[in-house]
Design a protein around this ligand. Structure first.
Ligand code: NOJ
Ligand code: CA
Length: 553
């Protein structure tokens, strides 16, 4: 790979929740000691970047996105020293670590908010948050957590004013129009960079500023602050990844990727279209969506998640067309119930009816598309969920390591566990766990590991161009990723039936083709090159002579 490419080009991001990953001190809660002990697993799996959901002190009323101190570690998870030990160990094993940076709001228990509500109206201390005497202000801004909140304003009896909260009512929005707030948050960034972190996943970036008569999303002032943030991290003199969470249509998310703003942003529209393709058995809209994303930005700058710690966000018709949402709701077995806020509150495996073929298909696509594929902890096993738990906790249960008690997550008695391990039929941790799947050559886990190995050996997948190839089969998606030195052909079938079709490979006429995963020779490329894909099948082929040897084990 060229020397000029930053470290995150094509990196595979593994998202995990520290308190649900591995418990190192037996109190039932995952922590940095436990996470550090599981780094060899992550290295073995082959992921290169770890994204940790918030690890700051917090009353945990929103999974840690309600923060009371931006410059410390939640005592359940350890302290700054154990964080440092973990970070050093991750670096020494070749992994990067990015933290969740929650810019938009704090917990209402944050000392800044407590000071603000007692401070005189109009004072700098009060103005650290957004206040109003009138709760109809900014009425064009949608309520985001519509199953929990009726309004974006909450009355504070001490301040005798309403405060703005774009998320939950205990998460007051910081007032970025106050220069003190901007500087304070930039100091938070300095603090963690000085401690060696490699970047940030920026939570809820569109909402930093407000303006009457708008949806209060992506305002020019918000972009101006993000440019300040970028200049600040650039001043550190090392490569720091800024990855934005902007749940927006591609055309609205793309401006965050301007040259002097963020390096990457999640493409949630693509996520929805991937599920819609499997649900409807058609790839037409998925292809359009890929083309749009590709043309909207330069380089592989989109992060590509399938699932994460939130609901599968489908939006209010603003994000993706209603008919796409309908196809997901009707076509996915678990898409009809479990609706939360603007999406479906299930993990990947149950959404796909526990079918490992569609797990492989969807990951095989994101692992071979331009950008940064994101793997949510447990999805490499096809881990299940607990739909009965509150809020988004169904998707946040402990990682399954072994068939032993608590899935090897913790030695604590059951009632102390952060959340119950999965024992649901078909997903029981005694079967679906790392130890068992490691031993089975055909397991989902071993498939993920092998695909990630292949991806590392094929630079065209990390930074090559993308070209969609025309295909007569409505349920197939076919594309080529290419650099000057290497061409990789990918074909996936989103239907539950086999797919048979021919591709016009005239551009590569006469060149050898070799399936990547097992290295089998296929017929020479030709004008009518036949492809047979099994139900939900996916294949990667190398076209032409390439030295890359993908190991067989
Ligand atoms: C987005 C996070 O992903 C979600 O979990 C959180 O509730 C909101 N931001 C508010 O911080
Ligand atoms: Ca613990």
């Amino acid at each position: 790979m060229s020397q000029t490419m930053p470290w995150w080009t094509g990196t595979v991001i593994y998202q995990l929740i520290v308190r649900s990953f591995a418990d190192g001190n037996g109190d039932g809660i995952g922590d940095f000691k436990g996470l550090a002990s599981r780094l060899p697993y992550l290295r073995w799996l082959g992921v290169k970047t770890l994204w940790l959901t918030p690890t700051y002190p917090s009353p945990l009323r929103d999974g840690g996105y309600d923060i009371t101190d931006f410059k410390d570690i939640h005592p359940d998870l350890g302290d700054l020293a154990s964080f440092h030990r973990f970070l050093t160990a991750a670096h020494s094993q070749g992994m990067r670590v990015i933290l969740d940076l929650v810019l938009n709001h704090t917990s209402d228990l944050h000392p800044w908010f407590q000071r603000a509500r007692w401070a005189p109206k109009g004072s700098t201390e009060r103005d650290v948050y957004v206040w109003s005497d009138d709760p109809s202000r900014y009425s064009d801004a949608p309520v985001l957590f519509r199953h929990f909140e009726a309004s974006n304003w909450e009355w504070d009896p001490v301040a005798e004013q309403y405060y703005l909260h774009r998320f939950l009512s205990h998460q007051p929005d910081l007032n970025y129009a106050n220069p003190w707030v901007q500087e304070a948050m930039l100091e938070v960034v300095d603090f963690w960079l000085e401690r060696g972190v490699d970047g940030f996943r920026l939570d809820a970036v569109p909402f930093l500023f407000e303006e009457e008569g708008t949806r209060c999303e992506g305002l020019p002032e918000t972009h101006a602050f993000l440019r300040r943030l970028r200049a600040r991290v650039d001043a550190m003199g090392r490569e720091v990844l800024l990855l934005g969470e902007a749940i927006q249509p591609v055309q609205e998310a793309a401006p965050y990727l301007a040259k002097d703003e963020l390096h990457g942003a999640f493409n949630f529209v693509l996520t929805a279209h991937l599920f819609a393709a499997v649900a409807s058995g058609s790839t037409r809209q998925l292809g359009d969506c890929l083309n749009e994303a590709e043309h909207a930005v330069d380089g592989p700058r989109w992060a590509l998640p399938l699932r994460n710690h939130d609901e599968l966000w489908l939006g209010d018709g603003h994000l993706i067309p209603d008919e796409v949402i309908q196809s997901i709701r009707v076509g996915l077995p678990q898409g009809q119930g479990h609706w939360l806020n603007w999406g479906i509150n299930r993990r990947l495996a149950p959404l796909l009816n526990g079918d490992p073929r569609s797990n492989r298909l969807l990951h095989g696509l994101i692992y071979s598309l331009p950008g940064m594929p994101c793997l949510y902890y447990g999805d490499e096993l096809g881990m299940g969920d607990w739909p009965g738990l509150r809020d988004r906790d169904p998707n946040r249960t402990p990682m399954a390591w072994t068939p032993a008690r608590n899935g090897g997550f913790s030695s604590a008695p059951d009632p102390l566990l952060v959340l119950p391990p999965i024992t649901a039929p078909g997903y029981d941790y005694r079967v679906v766990n790392v130890e068992v799947q490691k031993q089975l050559p055909g397991s989902l886990l071993n498939w993920h590991r092998r695909m990630l190995t292949c991806r590392r050996l094929l630079p065209a997948l990390a930074h090559g161009s993308l070209q969609l190839l025309p295909c007569s089969h409505p349920g197939a998606l076919v594309y080529v990723r290419a650099t000057e030195a290497m061409t990789v052909l990918v074909a996936g079938n989103v239907t539950a039936a086999g797919a048979s079709f021919s591709l016009d490979l005239t551009a590569w006429e006469g060149l050898r083709t070799r399936e990547v995963m097992w290295g089998c020779e296929f017929p020479l490329a030709s004008r009518e090159w036949f492809v047979n894909l099994s139900p939900y099948g996916i294949n990667w082929w190398l076209i032409g002579e390439v030295d890359t040897a993908v190991p067989v084990s």
